[in-house]
Ligand binder design. Structure first.
Ligand code: SAM
Length: 284
């Protein structure tokens, strides 16, 4: 007899977003693993569901140490919910280590999907949603932060970042300093709450807007992907024009072919062949 691990999403601000299935799971669960037992007890009590002795903490500092005990309980057939303080567990929140261990042990894992700051922010951003990348929280400082930001220079997918309200201005400044400052950015704050706010602009505008501004509440930053101009392969006419320009400067056919091949990043052989066959003034 094996149990089941159920990852249950909980509201990111509006209690009305707790789904009927989430309530059912809380009623049925033998155990509810939660980031903060006081917070989850309050959530269950707001739904009229007695927590009893079913709550057990599972946070970033004890997730690894709890795994064996949880697997034992699953092995005894328990139905165990995992919740975080808000949103979907396992996304910048505890849960993913336990899921990996459960999968490795052959335990069934399922979810009650629902609120997610990541998905909520990207769908309201207005930026492309067909391909995106979740960067979570950026490192606060040092080489690790610099490298992670530098890695976004050529990232063409939309980028989602979780951020502390106190660090929005610094993050905008760091992003604008390292990336194309005209990249679009959307700052999604207090989603589903009374003071929900969605700010849209470019990185350079964001630096001006957030400089010295006291930001409150919870924030997700959605950054537009890089638009990297991909140069099309030059056609014969473009290559010939470059060869003629070099020949007109008095270069030999061989030197002209070498110079053009280097500047257009083409195989020298191809350019030399065109130069000898087609360029006027070159040896036939
Ligand atoms: N696992 C959660 C989820 O999927 O929604 C996210 C947990 S992460 C520790 C918390 C971060 O989510 C916050 O720092 C903020 O970046 C974002 N967040 C949570 N609730 C939010 C809200 N109502 N509005 C905007 N961002 C929110």
């Amino acid at each position: 007899m094996t149990g089941i691990l159920v990852l249950v999403a909980t509201p990111i601000g509006n209690l009305g977003d707790l789904s009927p299935r989430a309530r059912e799971e809380f009623e049925r669960a033998d155990r509810v693993l939660c980031e903060d037992t006081r917070r989850t007890r309050a959530l269950l009590s707001a739904c009229g569901i007695p927590a009893g002795g079913r709550l057990m903490s599972l946070h970033e500092h004890n997730e690894g140490a709890r795994i064996d005990a949880v697997l034992d309980a699953l092995g005894r057939g328990e139905r165990i919910c995992v919740v975080s303080d808000a949103g979907t567990p396992g996304i910048s929140d505890p849960g993913s280590l336990l899921v990996a261990a459960a999968v490795a042990s052959g335990v069934d894992v399922t979810t009650v999907p629902g609120p997610s700051a990541l998905l909520g922010a990207i769908v309201v951003s207005g930026l492309p949603t067909d391909r995106f990348v979740m960067e979570g929280f950026l490192p606060r400082k040092g080489a690790e932060r610099t490298e992670r930001i530098a890695g976004l220079t050529t990232e063409t997918r939309t980028v989602v970042l979780y951020e502390s309200p106190r660090r929005v201005a610094a993050t905008m400044a760091d992003l604008a300093a390292s990336l194309d400052a005209d990249r679009p950015v959307v700052v999604v704050r207090e989603l589903t709450k009374i003071h929900e706010e969605i700010w849209r602009g470019t990185l350079v505008e964001a630096v001006a807007h957030y400089d010295g501004l006291e930001v409150r509440g919870e924030v997700v930053v959605v950054l537009g992907g890089a638009t990297i101009a991909i140069r099309p392969e030059p056609d014969d006419e473009e290559i010939l024009a470059a060869i003629e320009a070099s020949l007109a400067k008095g270069m030999s056919t061989k030197d002209a072919a070498r110079a053009v091949a280097e500047s257009l990043k083409l195989p020298r052989r191809r350019v030399y062949q065109l130069a000898t066959e087609r360029a006027p003034g070159s040896p036939r």
